[in-house]
Write a protein that binds this ligand. Structure first.
Ligand code: ADP
Ligand code: MG
Length: 268
């Protein structure tokens, strides 16, 4: 049996990742769901991808996570393909799934420690320290012994983020991190994503429908439409935009007065 590594890759040895997407296209069968998508994300940036349902946001994120192979074009993280073993072995990136994807039979603590334990990435003490630090940063230490079924929607999202943080990645990818959350919990998650930039020196790419989150925490926002990038600009430019596609998408009427929040509040 391999002997456990003495020491994890330390946060101090990490720098935030840069991401380069170049002419990326993806076709499933006859359907071209990504069409010539190109952009760069700078180290430490919070880059938000918005767009209507079905516009290709999740497919794009899955490519950046190395879970899909492009039909055409290329992308790299710090110059390396996300599917390269080196990218994966170094835990350069972590994907926070929309569902949270927690293991229901394990406590919160064990959900966080499972992967580094199973792969013997660090000493037990280091794994414990990392788990406790991640729980503390997300203010969920009190939930360490709880089972996923006992958690609210907002808590599940926080646990999913904490689990990704245990690997201390250079790049965090979030798919709809505030979906199904009430507005206050959505704001809390937005604060967490922004805070992690300082706490963990991480680059963040966030797919989100959440206009408030996007325009508040993003350095730049990409708006997708039919598998293409419609525009990339800082939030201030979106607020002043007169382009009908942008103004329609950012229509203020979809804000807190929308009665859907009342039903969501009860379940999250
Ligand atoms: N594995 C797949 N096979 C075939 N079609 C897919 C697959 N994944 C996504 N699609 C299609 O790609 C389009 C974009 O999907 P997606 O990226 O999930 O949209 P969204 O912007 O809502 O995240 C949709 O039409 C979807 O049905
Ligand atoms: Mg999606």
């Amino acid at each position: 049996m391999a002997s456990p590594r003495k020491s994890c890759i330390q946060r101090e040895d990490r720098s935030p990742a840069s991401v380069n997407v170049d002419g990326l296209s993806k076709t499933y069968g006859q359907q071209e769901v990504l069409r010539d998508v190109s952009f760069k994300v700078e180290p430490g940036e919070i880059f938000v991808i918005m767009g209507p349902s079905g516009s290709g946001k999740s497919v794009l994120l899955r490519h950046i996570a190395g879970l899909e192979v492009p039909t055409r074009g290329a992308l790299d993280i710090n110059g390396l393909s996300p599917t390269e073993p080196e990218t994966r072995n170094q835990f350069a990136l972590a994907l926070v799934f929309q569902s949270g994807a927690l293991l229901n039979s394990l406590s919160v603590y064990n959900n966080l420690s499972l992967y580094p334990h199973e792969h013997q990435l660090c000493s037990k003490k280091e794994i414990h320290d990392r788990v406790m630090r991640a729980l503390q940063i997300l203010s969920i230490e009190h939930a360490a012994k709880k089972m996923p079924a006992e958690l609210s929607g907002g808590m599940r999202k926080r646990v999913a983020i904490a689990r990704a943080l245990v690997m201390e990645p250079q790049l965090m990818l979030y798919d709809e991190p505030t979906s199904e959350l009430d507005p206050i919990m959505a704001a809390t998650i937005a604060e967490i994503i922004a805070t992690l930039r300082e706490e963990y020196a991480v680059t963040s790419i966030v797919v989100s429908h959440d206009r408030d989150l996007s325009l508040t925490i993003a350095d730049r926002v990409a708006l997708m439409q039919n598998g293409q990038i419609h525009s990339i600009a800082p939030p201030a430019e979106y607020r002043q935009a007169t382009d009908p596609l942008i103004t329609e998408f950012l229509n203020p009427q979809i804000n807190l007065q929308n009665p859907r929040f009342k039903t969501l509040e009860a379940t999250s």
